[in-house]
Ligand binder design. Structure first.
Ligand SMILES: Cc1cc2nc3c(=O)[nH]c(=O)nc-3n(C[C@H](O)[C@H](O)[C@H](O)COP(=O)(O)O)c2cc1C
Length: 244
């Protein structure tokens, strides 16, 4: 398994800082379209985001049909960020693909042989970790068993229920969304994440996976002059950054 580490390129942190500092939630876009190659590059970069156990429980649904788009805008409560966006992307977290993706991690392992530890993880451990016990629809038995095992040794206490799995997949999908938005900015385009939408109407507008959690809708495009509604501000950093 020993490999020589590939040489890392030098990264200019100031360029990264520019991306982070200039990314704003844009509420009005110009009509300029995002070139297809740019958008596809941003989506490809999003797919490189960190994700739980490389199970990739995310999907990015690009709304292209004009009638669907009009309905999505309505479902997004007619927000300007949706109405004026050149692109509308729906980020979905999936809780029903992890078993297939366990198999796929083994099948697509990037080296000639799959290490035993990897195979064991995807064939057995992951199934116990993410799966549900028979006759335990709410994960109560699983939670209790984990608690008991945890008395003797460190034990992941989670995920147990469907709600836990929704959160599990949502964490990963949100990271994908963030990379997508940063990538758009790095290409000179902008975005607005939106959770202000009517889920029932959104699901009627676009055939999204029934079991998927709609994490956010992202409006994207070139920012209009009046696209930023106010200066950016945050609360004091001491409130959020802790050392223990
Ligand atoms: C999960 C999530 C949902 C959001 N939903 C909306 C939304 O529905 N409409 C909107 O205009 N902005 C929405 N925003 C944008 C936030 O209001 C914005 O990120 C925040 O005010 C900070 O501003 P900034 O992104 O310009 O730094 C959302 C952001 C996140 C992360």
């Amino acid at each position: 398994m020993s490999k020589t580490a590939p040489e890392l390129p030098t990264i200019d942190v100031e360029e990264f800082r520019k991306v982070v500092h200039t990314r704003r939630s844009i509420r009005r876009f110009t009509p300029e379209p995002i070139p297809a190659a740019v958008l596809q590059d941003c989506l490809d970069l999003a797919l490189l985001s960190p994700n739980s156990s490389n199970l990739q429980p995310w999907e990015f649904h690009r709304v292209v049909d004009p009638e669907r788009r009009a309905n999505v805008v309505r479902a997004c409560l007619n927000q300007n960020a949706a109405k004026t966006a050149a692109e509308l992307l729906i980020v979905v977290a999936r809780t029903d693909t992890w078993q297939r993706h366990c198999e796929e991690n083994i099948a697509r392992w990037p080296e000639p042989s799959v290490p035993r530890i990897v195979e064991n993880y995807y064939r057995r451990a992951a199934k116990v970790h993410y799966g549900r016990l028979p006759l335990d629809p709410f994960g109560v038995v699983k939670k209790t068993l984990r608690k008991l095992s945890g008395l003797r040794r460190p034990m992941p206490r989670w995920p147990n229920s469907d709600a836990d799995m929704d959160l599990w997949a949502t964490k990963t999908a949100a990271l994908g969304a963030q990379t997508l938005m940063l990538a758009l900015r790095a290409h000179g385009y902008d975005s607005c994440p939106m959770e202000g939408f009517d889920e029932a109407r959104l699901r009627r507008a676009v055939p999204l996976p029934r079991k998927g959690v709609i994490v956010m809708v992202i409006g994207a495009g070139r920012r209009a002059e009046n696209g930023v509604y106010h200066e950016r501000y945050r609360f004091p950093r001491e409130r959020f950054i802790h050392e223990h």
